[in-house]
Design a protein. Structure first.
Length: 316
């Protein structure tokens, strides 16, 4: 299976690197500067699961990909930020043929609509990625904990032969991979958790343990979590008991240092996915009841993040 990994950043670089190290046929679609850096230093992963340095990895630029023509890949692994989605789609479009599968690892749901509009409904799988990773100042991929997993499946449900083929390709590659027969449920549950964790840590500008130690911290997180769950339920994806138990263990763990990557982005003055992760969730939830005594915490979080984006734009 020929796999094109779009980018060689903290997420795509990590999973693509593990696949390449396991002998899979992986090519990274990167810009010229990143290609040059990879030629010089290799793809470097620092991880509790084992460090890795890959020399002579296969890379391709958008220009070279378009020049090749007629050589589609079997699988495109997409893990860009939501605000880069349109550019990413244009960059790998030449790699997509009639039998190419696209596996996006973005948060939320809106990216599915954009990908299906461009490449057709059958080309797009659903996917969930669980990893905490970042790039250091040397452009090395730093894996921050022991979680490293991809779950994927047909948006219509079930485990098809083509999904099983991807599962076989991902097997024994140094990370947990699972073919799911209910991938939309998995995607909604991750969205609920992420919106709750990122929303609360960005609102308070603090990790979970600090939030819970404030007078109304636990109640605020509880209300935000409930609002997000209600939206998922309204779309036919009420969260499962097992998810609820796992999420509560993380969202309400006293003394926990847990934060969301969005908070780190805010603290670093970086771009954020406010519209894709929060705004689209609000849109799918419909018109919430708005009174001075019943203001949605989700909407407060979104307004705060939009204010951050406005200030960031003014400073640019």
């Amino acid at each position: 299976m020929r796999i094109l990994v779009v980018g060689a950043g903290a997420t795509g670089g990590y999973f693509g690197g593990r696949l390449a190290a396991a002998g899979r046929d992986v090519t990274f679609l990167v810009r010229e500067a990143r290609a040059a850096q990879l030629r010089e230093s290799g793809l470097v992963i620092r991880s509790p699961a084992g460090d890795l340095t890959l020399r002579d990895i296969k890379t391709v630029t958008r220009k070279a990909l378009e020049a090749q023509g007629g050589q589609p890949f079997d699988l495109v692994l997409l893990s860009c930020k939501a605000y880069d989605l349109d550019n990413a789609i244009d960059s790998f479009a030449a790699a997509v043929g009639p039998n190419t599968l696209i596996l996006p690892l973005l948060n939320g749901m809106r990216h599915l609509e954009a990908l299906q509009a461009r490449f057709g409904t059958q080309a797009v799988l659903g996917g969930v990625c669980l990893i905490a990773s970042t790039l250091n100042d040397k452009r090395e991929i730093v894996h921050l904990n022991d979680v490293q997993a991809i779950t994927f499946g047909e948006l219509g449900g079930g485990v098809s032969a083509r999904v099983q083929a991807v599962a076989d390709e991902f097997g024994n590659a140094g990370f947990h991979a699972k073919a799911s027969d209910k991938i939309l449920q998995e995607m909604w549950e991750k969205w609920v958790f992420l919106a709750s964790l990122a929303g609360s840590t960005c609102l308070f500008r603090a990790p979970v343990g600090v939030i819970l130690a404030t007078p109304d911290g636990a109640a605020t997180v509880e209300r935000l979590f409930a609002e997000c769950r209600a939206i998922a339920a309204g779309h036919g994806h009420a969260v499962r008991d097992s998810f609820l138990e796992r999420s509560r263990a993380m969202l309400f763990a006293e003394g926990s240092p847990l934060t969301a990557s969005m908070l780190r982005d805010v603290q670093n003055g970086s771009r954020i996915e406010a519209d894709h992760v929060r705004g689209d969730l609000i849109r799918r939830g419909g018109t919430a009841r708005q009174t001075s005594n019943d203001l949605s915490v989700l909407r407060i979080v979104y307004s705060q993040l939009k204010a951050y984006e406005a200030q960031r734009s003014e400073a640019a």
